[in-house]
Design a protein around this ligand. Structure first.
Ligand code: SF4
Length: 64
């Protein structure tokens, strides 16, 4: 996994605003979901991501 991908996972897993695109579209909450999905939060699946323009993401990566 690239450093960039690790960062996307790490930030999203600590982000209180994380909202997966699939949830926003109404597909996220389903008995079909496996528990594996809980580990799948990452910024580029979030509705606030906007190709890296998320202000929370930017503030968390500013110092790195
Ligand atoms: S894209 Fe922004 S709002 Fe979404 S999980 Fe990442 S930091 Fe949080």
């Amino acid at each position: 996994m690239s450093n960039e991908a690790v960062k996307l996972y790490r930030i999203a897993s600590h982000c209180s605003e994380y909202t997966p695109v699939s949830d926003a579209q109404g597909y996220g909450i389903s008995w079909l979901n496996s528990s594996v999905d809980d580990d799948d939060s990452r910024c580029d699946l979030c509705i606030y991501w906007r190709e890296g323009k998320c202000s929370i993401y930017k503030s968390r990566t500013k110092f790195h």
